[in-house]
Ligand binder design. Structure first.
Ligand code: SF4
Length: 309
């Protein structure tokens, strides 16, 4: 498959089937913390960067077996709203696969455009980023394409909330020494209170970033949440990030020992073992390949179930 990947487990969306609508790495920003790597084509031009027909073909093939996933998510290698046929793809999915929920991860840079707002109207959950509220910090952390302002981003999120029925979960990713000053936190907080999104998710650098920056501790994020005091705040970063205490083979055994007794969500397993969620995901992937566990959905939540025998 060229344009779809996963399903992968994400803390924000559960099991999500990713759809890449731009090639590596086309984006209107070049964020310091980007997990995908440095932007090679920085642009705000919408275009059919990947063929719509090819994306549809892969989705039809994958969805033909009615797999259980929590979301089909437009994300991937860059900024998905740069894909000029996004609206057509959303309509096609809604018409042909109405049981699947759609999600969009976006840097919100194009959301103040009429065509983009119209394109995203059918999406169930939109997760826009807002990492700064002042132009100076915005330029430092997100390194936007020339001419793009933080006000455009904020206006875009505002339009999303006012003009669409999408659930809006704004994410702010804090980078040590860049957007975590008390002044910037207060400015971001003011914007969040004013916009009033369904959720404000705060996060920090957790995977290798494009440029050498560092994340905050869980405690720092907790203090930010307290300082801002927005009721629907969720700290996405893990709370029990510790180094693995045992080798991978033993970790797999421990994971298996837990889930063969009762199905468990990945996060619960990580908490029980005091290891990173990512490590459990890796162990689960390996156990899946060996046919020892499978994923099941219960009450809309993904669980890992051990297969005995
Ligand atoms: S907007 Fe997203 S894809 Fe683009 S550089 Fe920033 S983190 Fe990476």
């Amino acid at each position: 498959m060229k344009y779809i990947f996963g399903p992968v487990f994400s803390r924000r969306l559960g099991f999500s089937l990713g759809v890449d609508l731009v090639p590596h790495k086309v984006c209107s920003m070049d964020c310091l913390y980007c997990e995908v790597g440095p932007t090679t084509e920085k642009t705000a031009e919408r275009a059919e960067y990947v063929p719509l027909d090819g994306v549809k073909r892969e989705l039809s093939l994958f969805l033909s077996s009615s797999p259980e996933v929590d979301y089909i998510t437009f994300s991937g290698y860059g900024e998905p709203t740069l894909f000029s046929r996004l609206g057509e793809l959303v309509s096609w999915l809604k018409e042909n696969y109405p049981n699947y929920r759609l999600a969009l991860l976006t840097n919100a840079s194009l959301l103040n455009r009429d065509d983009v707002i119209n394109d995203v109207k059918g999406i169930d959950a939109v997760l826009p980023s807002l990492d700064a509220a002042s132009q100076e910090v915005f330029e430092k952390v997100n390194r936007p394409v020339q001419g793009l302002t933080v006000d455009t981003v904020i206006e875009g999120i505002e339009r999303l909330l006012k003009e669409t029925g999408c659930r809006v979960w704004v994410e702010t990713l804090f980078v040590k020494g860049i957007n975590d000053s008390p002044q910037e936190i207060d400015r971001i907080g003011e914007v969040i209170h004013r916009l009033s999104p369904h959720k404000w998710q705060i996060n920090t650098v957790a995977r290798p970033p494009a440029y050498g920056v560092e994340g905050l501790s869980y405690e720092d994020l907790r203090q930010i949440a307290e300082r801002v005091g927005y009721p629907a705040t969720e700290i996405v970063a893990r709370s029990k990030a510790r180094k693995r205490k045992f080798p991978f083979s033993q970790l797999k055994e421990e994971v298996y020992r837990i889930v063969v007794r009762r199905p468990c969500p990945v996060e619960e397993i990580a908490d029980a073992l005091g290891v990173l969620t990512e490590e459990v995901e890796e162990a689960v992937e390996s156990l899946k390949r060996e046919g020892k566990v499978k994923e099941v959905i219960y009450g809309g939540e993904p669980y890992v179930k051990g297969l005995s025998g």
